[in-house]
Write a protein that binds this ligand. Structure first.
Ligand code: 13P
Length: 255
């Protein structure tokens, strides 16, 4: 039985005091649910260390993740943050291949593979994002696109390393648009992804893989999405910035 993972991707939002207040409230209000579900917050990089320390001091299992890391190990790469640095401050998960980074930072498949490798080398868990554009969905090309985003990228990993990865399916047309995938569309794609993983790595790894849905998940649609057999949690943007909405989604997953 896969434990659901609810992850809040704060993106580039919140001033420091707002971020710390929200994080403290998430830590206190998520307490009753942490035995049933895993909860993660992906704050902007400069807040990660303090969030981790706060969770630790409060003996909370809320996970602190990073939104990005460098494809390099270290050295003369101004502005970059390495996987090793993330690990040294207590970060345990890192998003890779979010559609906003693919689009605005031109991150291609080779770079994404390198980031996954850097993370796994130091024991961090990559949350590998994939998702099709509206045009691809309208042309019924979504499975082709997802297959292509996974094949030859994270599917290059050996079985032992792949078994550490989390996949997030985030249709680009549903991110920040208020237009969520229907529960059926999400289930169909998650089932398709699990099938790809099964044919590559076998049934046990496929059954243990967590596949998160992301794209306008909120307190109204979360229960139906999270009820689908292959939806193992959510990667939540806008709604994770609102305490009540995020906690409602966590509650829906914990039922
Ligand atoms: P929204 O929940 O705001 O649509 O964002 C989803 C997302 O991109 C999470 O990574």
């Amino acid at each position: 039985m896969r434990k659901k993972l609810l992850a809040g991707n704060w993106k580039m939002n919140l001033a420091w005091n707002e971020a710390m207040t929200l994080f403290a409230n998430i830590v206190s209000e998520s307490k009753p649910y942490l035995d049933k579900v895993d909860i993660a917050v992906f704050p902007p990089s400069i807040y990660q260390r303090q969030c981790f320390e706060f969770a630790k001091q409060n003996k909370s299992a809320v996970i602190v993740g990073a939104q990005d890391c460098s494809a390099q190990n270290g050295g003369a790469f101004t502005g970059e943050v390495s996987a090793q640095m993330l690990r040294s401050i207590g970060v345990s998960h890192c998003l890779v291949g979010h559609s906003e980074r693919r689009e605005y930072h031109h991150e291609g498949s080779r770079m994404l593979s390198e980031k996954v490798e850097r993370l796994l080398e130091v024991g961090l868990i990559p949350v590998f994002c994939c998702g099709e554009s509206l045009q691809d969905r309208d042309n019924d090309n979504q499975t082709f696109v997802i297959d292509n985003q996974l094949d030859g990228r994270i599917f290059e990993l050996n079985a032992e390393l792949f078994s550490k990865v989390v996949i997030a399916y985030e249709p680009v047309w549903a991110i920040g648009t208020g237009r969520t995938a229907t529960a059926e569309q999400a289930q169909d794609m998650h089932e398709f992804i699990r099938g790809l993983v099964q044919s590559k790595y076998g049934a046990e790894i496929a059954q243990n893989l967590r596949i998160l849905y992301g794209g306008s998940m909120n307190e109204s649609n979360a229960a139906e999405l999270l009820n689908q057999p292959d939806v193992d949690g959510g990667l939540i943007g806008g709604a994770s910035l609102k305490l009540d909405a995020f906690i409602s989604i966590i509650k829906a997953a914990a039922l």
